[in-house]
Design a protein around this ligand. Structure first.
Ligand SMILES: N[C@@H](CCC(=O)N[C@@H](CS)C(=O)NCC(=O)O)C(=O)O
Length: 218
């Protein structure tokens, strides 16, 4: 037993990328759900663990860590053995994974969050500029995947986990996803992972529920 606690909200995208990393490594995590709907992440007890009150957060003995991409790197470093293709040791291969993780944090995930995800919760309409950002982001990863199975090559890495949780909101995109055939083929490969459904279904259920609630009050 790894004895690592993961504080999470099951539908949360960054929590899902951390869970998929742990599943890929075969590391069991002790899951501690904090229901955001009930604001459990703002409890005095959790604020002592993480004053930034965000999930995912892990505790490993006395050590506490948040930010999903840092957590994924930590888990592979701790449990991945000498060298692990999820986050390879080779400097240039690792740099490519890092580049995508940075792109995801600064551009890709933000575009998806603001344009596709938040409007469902906040019931607002994204601007034309925001929609263009998503089109640009989808085009970018479609081009990247032109001659690859996964984002950096033949092996899945933590960059695939980081980006698929954003990409999984494609069903909220009003445009035509057949414009991105390489990205969709990659998404299908990711969905075939044995743990994909278990980890990601709570998000789809959550969105479904938000849409139902919006329908009842509109
Ligand atoms: N960059 C962070 C984002 C974490 C984040 O925004 N988590 C959200 C849930 S998806 C959260 O805990 N929000 C609660 C809050 O900000 O109070 C990561 O990748 O871990």
């Amino acid at each position: 037993m790894a004895n690592i606690q993961l504080y999470l909200f099951f539908p949360s995208p960054p929590c899902r990328s951390v869970r998929m990393t742990a599943k890929a490594l075969g590391v069991p995590l002790e899951l501690k759900q904090l229901n955001h709907v009930n604001k459990e992440h703002l409890s005095p007890e959790f604020l002592k663990t993480n004053p930034d009150h965000i999930v995912p957060t892990i505790t490993d003995g006395d050590f506490t860590l948040w930010e999903s991409r840092a957590i994924m790197r930590y888990l592979v470093g701790k449990f991945g053995g000498e060298d692990n293709s999820l986050y390879p040791r080779d400097l240039q291969k690792r740099a490519e994974v890092d580049r995508l993780l940075d792109y995801d944090l600064g551009v890709f995930y933000r575009a998806i969050l603001e344009t596709l995800m938040l409007p469902v919760r906040n019931r607002n309409t994204p601007t034309k500029e925001q929609e263009e950002q998503v089109v640009k982001a989808f085009n970018r990863i479609d081009t990247l995947l032109k001659d690859k199975k996964f984002l950096t090559g033949d092996h899945i890495t933590i960059a695939d986990f980081a980006m698929v949780v954003g990409f999984g909101s494609e069903f909220l995109f009003p445009g035509d996803m057949s414009n991105y055939p390489n990205a969709m083929a990659w998404y299908k490969r990711m969905q075939e992972l044995p743990y994909y459904q278990e980890v990601n279904q709570p998000f789809f259920d959550y969105v479904e529920n938000l849409k139902k609630l919006a329908g009842q009050t509109s």
